[in-house]
Design a protein around this ligand. Structure first.
Ligand SMILES: *[C@@H]1O[C@H](CO)[C@@H](O)[C@H](O)[C@H]1NC(C)=O
Ligand SMILES: *[C@@H]1O[C@H](CO)[C@@H](O)[C@H](O)[C@H]1NC(C)=O
Ligand SMILES: *[C@@H]1O[C@H](CO)[C@@H](O)[C@H](O)[C@H]1NC(C)=O
Ligand SMILES: *[C@@H]1O[C@H](CO)[C@@H](O)[C@H](O)[C@H]1NC(C)=O
Ligand SMILES: *[C@@H]1O[C@H](CO)[C@@H](O)[C@H](O)[C@H]1NC(C)=O
Ligand SMILES: *[C@@H]1O[C@H](CO)[C@@H](O)[C@H](O)[C@H]1NC(C)=O
Ligand SMILES: *[C@@H]1O[C@H](CO)[C@@H](O)[C@H](O)[C@H]1NC(C)=O
Ligand SMILES: *[C@@H]1O[C@H](CO)[C@@H](O)[C@H](O)[C@H]1NC(C)=O
Ligand SMILES: *[C@@H]1O[C@H](CO)[C@@H](O)[C@H](O)[C@H]1NC(C)=O
Ligand SMILES: *[C@@H]1O[C@H](CO)[C@@H](O)[C@H](O)[C@H]1NC(C)=O
Ligand SMILES: *[C@@H]1O[C@H](CO)[C@@H](O)[C@H](O)[C@H]1NC(C)=O
Ligand SMILES: *[C@@H]1O[C@H](CO)[C@@H](O)[C@H](O)[C@H]1NC(C)=O
Length: 693
């Protein structure tokens, strides 16, 4: 295990040193997601998902014709190189670190020399040289002076490669490169991913119950240990030791001594509370931790911020219907920083922290009482704090009537990205009109997209309920986004992506077509989702809970699949991406059961042997990449399939030590709720995310 952890740390630190903007994610050079063009391309051979529209296609055609290449072999190659701009991986092909290139990275043979791939495929750079070296090209994209300055033509003239470059070696040193795990190169054809058959879905997910509490969030301890922080909606944060799998142990949480008690500050109600926690990646050294919660300004003086409804976003707070409280923006969303310094010799040894705010990172007044997400997460590759925010609701919790989600000036209905390691001066904060103590990462999308508030990373969210980064591919950032009447979606979040709400709900038009203020330009379809009619539950309602890419070796049949759930239906889905890195996901509902030797016996659904989780609030991941389901009925861990008698041929039964069976007695859980019990619903304070309720 130690070796595995070390490897993970190595991988992530090398990513920190060489940030790749798109690491294997289909993405265009302008940071858009590829999409199907409304008019098919006539020049470039890219069908389906492409980074070009017909205008750009004909521009490339003109550029190609202007090159006036007489040699047909070279012309074919040049056309393919120009058209690589349309490749769904063009961001990766044309971008090294943050510098755009005039031509894509041409596959050369260095790295793959001994691989099974043929030389012809891997030596494309040599092929370009061999075929084009004596051919005159007008405005050659291979001029050395053009390196790193895409699109800037120096002097219009005919040149041959031999006039520009001394040798094939020099040429390929400048333009060559190889496909590695985290990058792709261009070999004359559209980027081809290893086409793999979609493996058959796992037989089922085996769970063990290791805790009775209801938690909303979990964050692995950044020291790499077997500990994790858990937080609940009321405002408690606990530090728990996670038992070894198969040990029969349960979560060690001392309910009487929370790590941090924020219940005095937190306003706890149906959709209000402590919504998320984030522990600084360097917590072991700096002791920094962050909480995202709601507060009531009529009850706590520290709860005072600018209202998200203001004249910048065509909203008059004095006209707000009273649903937002007895005064405009009575309730606020807050990110506050705390410190574990001083309570132990080093932060890693700390067992508690003082509820004294070190710093207020963010405060914003909420116009209504629903849809304000609130999850916070540190990006594993960039170290920035991602902050998920819903559309803020409305008097009937539906529709986003002020169109906040599509409004680039509003922070509602957005995913934000903040730098909490560089805190600017008060003067600067005021000058920039920031909402607290953070700075703006220099490559946030506002630098390319005029009119965007600088905090924004992605737009068009309704209520992003639980996002995660893939532990194996940090550019894969997935979010469940709660739907309204029709469709629950999972989005693959990219920089400056627009996920449609409220012009679209999932793939369906929501706001009327004629309403020009709600045209979601270039909106990105969800990669996964389900219709409300597909979930069978007695509440007649649905609300997605986004999960994780499963990257643990515990259940090898789940490896690489994205696991997510429906809050109400208690249903789980596992999605597979084929080919890998394509963004093409296929999902199936996955059965689950409780390990017979579960340390805490699972409650079962009345009249069946199925375990009852009740509401699935959230998921968690520990330092071993094992996955946890945080449900109303408790904390469940995904364990070896054989413990539930699910067959998984990849599970090596031989090297698994027999788990010590648990002797925990079972008993009546007074808090057990049946889905049909409305009383329970109210008691649980979770009429939660679904808009039509
Ligand atoms: C792309 O579309 C054209 C015609 O629309 C078709 O001839 C061609 O085979 C398609 N190519 C691929 C790779 O699907
Ligand atoms: C094609 O894309 C370019 C660049 O994104 C954009 O300026 C142009 O309006 C688009 N044209 C069409 C027809 O969509
Ligand atoms: C391209 O070649 C054609 C004939 O081969 C010639 O008439 C034309 O002037 C050339 N264009 C340029 C820009 O040199
Ligand atoms: C490639 O294979 C050759 C012969 O099979 C071997 O001598 C050489 O060391 C290999 N190179 C690398 C980088 O593995
Ligand atoms: C290009 O010119 C070089 C030197 O004159 C010659 O050796 C080579 O064969 C030529 N290549 C082609 C493809 O014509
Ligand atoms: C173009 O060429 C001329 C003469 O060779 C030179 O003076 C000029 O600086 C060049 N222009 C650029 C933009 O490089
Ligand atoms: C292949 O590309 C790399 C740059 O990614 C370069 O360093 C290397 O020299 C190239 N190999 C050859 C044989 O030109
Ligand atoms: C493609 O598949 C081969 C063989 O399965 C594997 O060695 C190689 O790493 C894969 N390439 C990529 C880019 O995944
Ligand atoms: C997407 O995945 C499905 C099922 O795994 C597969 O049949 C289909 O060919 C894939 N589509 C593409 C474009 O790769
Ligand atoms: C906590 O300790 C670290 C390391 O000594 C220090 O850098 C940081 O400023 C301290 N934070 C607080 C809030 O005292
Ligand atoms: C919510 O209220 C708006 C405006 O009053 C209305 O148009 C809409 O139909 C309502 N939606 C629901 C689901 O009741
Ligand atoms: C969890 O709840 C069950 C059923 O109420 C009870 O038997 C068990 O003792 C509880 N376990 C813990 C650790 O609280």
């Amino acid at each position: 295990m130690g070796g595995l952890l070390a490897l993970v740390i190595l991988v992530s630190s090398s990513l920190l040193m060489f940030p790749s903007p798109a690491a294997s994610l289909p993405l265009c050079t302008d940071s858009r997601s590829p999409s199907a063009p409304t008019t098919p391309l006539t020049f470039c051979p890219y069908n389906g998902s492409t980074c070009c529209n017909s205008t750009e296609d004909s521009q490339l055609q003109k550029q190609f014709q202007a090159m006036n290449v007489s040699d047909s072999g070279c012309a074919t190659i040049l056309k393919s190189i120009l058209c690589a701009k349309c490749d769904p991986f063009s961001a990766e092909l044309f971008t090294v670190a943050t510098t755009p290139r005039p031509v894509p990275i041409l596959c050369n043979s260095t790295v793959l020399a001994n691989s099974s791939q043929s030389q012809a495929e891997t030596d494309f750079c040599f092929t370009v040289w061999d075929t084009c070296q004596n051919v005159s090209i007008f405005n050659s994209p291979f001029a050395p002076s053009l390196q790193g300055q895409a699109g800037i033509l120096v002097n219009a003239s005919f040149t041959k490669l031999t006039a520009l470059w001394q040798s094939k070696g020099d040429f390929c040193k400048a333009f060559g490169g190889a496909s590695l795990d985290e990058s792709v190169c261009f070999d004359g054809q559209a980027v081809k991913l290893n086409s793999t058959e979609a493996p058959s879905p796992p037989k089922g997910l085996c769970l063990e119950k290791i805790g009775n509490g209801s938690y909303l969030d979990m964050a692995a301890h950044p020291d790499g240990s077997n500990r994790a922080f858990f937080s609940d909606q009321k405002g408690y944060i606990w530090l728990a030791t996670i038992p070894e799998q198969g040990s029969g142990g349960i979560l060690e949480i001392d309910q009487s001594s929370p790590f941090l008690d924020l219940t005095d500050e937190v306003h706890f109600d149906v959709q209000f509370g402590l919504m998320g926690i984030a522990i600084h990646p360097n917590f072991a050294e700096n002791g920094r931790l962050f909480a995202s919660f709601n507060c009531d300004k009529s009850k706590w003086p520290g709860c005072a911020g600018r209202c998200a409804c203001n004249s910048d976003v065509n909203c008059d707070p004095s006209q707000l219907p009273s649903d937002g409280g007895s005064q405009p923006c009575q309730y606020q969303t807050v990110i506050a920083e705390y410190s574990a310094n001083g309570s132990a010799s080093q932060p890693s040894k700390a067992k508690s922290a003082q509820p004294i705010e070190v710093r207020r990172i963010f405060t914003m007044g909420l116009p209504f009482t629903a849809h304000h997400a609130g999850q916070i997460l540190f990006g594993p590759a960039d170290g920035y704090l991602y902050f998920m925010m819903g559309d803020g609701g409305s008097p009937n919790n539906s529709g986003d009537p002020y169109n906040f989600s599509q409004n680039k000036k509003s922070l509602l209905g957005k995913i934000m990205r903040l730098d909490v390691d560089n805190i600017p001066s008060v003067d600067q904060i005021n000058k920039l009109g920031l909402w607290g103590n953070y700075s703006i990462p220099s490559n946030n999308p506002f630098t390319e997209d005029n009119g965007l508030q600088p905090e924004i990373w992605a737009v068009g969210m309704r209520n992003p309920w639980r996002c995660s980064f893939d532990a194996a591919r940090p550019s894969y950032f997935m979010c469940g986004d709660v739907g309204q009447d029709t469709y629950e979606e999972v989005d693959l979040i990219t920089k400056d992506g627009n996920y449609g709400w409220h012009a679209y709900e999932g793939p369906y038009r929501y706001a009327s077509e004629g309403n020009t203020s709600v045209q979601a330009k270039n909106f990105i379809l969800p990669v996964l989702g389900y219709n409300h009619s597909q979930v069978n539950n007695k509440l007649g309602s649905a609300s997605i809970t986004g999960g994780y890419f499963y990257r643990s070796t515990t259940d090898p049949c789940m490896y690489g699949r994205y696991l997510y759930a429906d809050l109400y239906a208690g249903a789980l889905w596992a999605a597979v991406e084929t080919p890998e890195n394509s963004g093409n996901f296929t999902s199936s509902e996955i059965p689950f059961s409780c390990a017979t030797d579960s340390p805490i016996k699972c409650d079962s659904v009345q009249g069946s042997s199925l375990p009852s989780l009740n509401y699935i609030y959230s998921f968690g991941e520990d330092n071993r990449k094992d996955i946890y389901i945080l449900a109303y009925n408790g904390v469940y861990r995904v364990v070896r399939p054989s413990r539930c008698s699910y067959t998984c041929p990849k599970e090596s039964v031989t090297n698994v030590s027999a788990p010590a069976p648990s002797t925990q007695p079972s008993g009546a859980n007074l808090l057990v709720c049946r889905y049909s019990s409305l009383v329970c619903l109210v008691a649980s304070l979770w009429l939660f995310l679904c808009g039509n309720m």
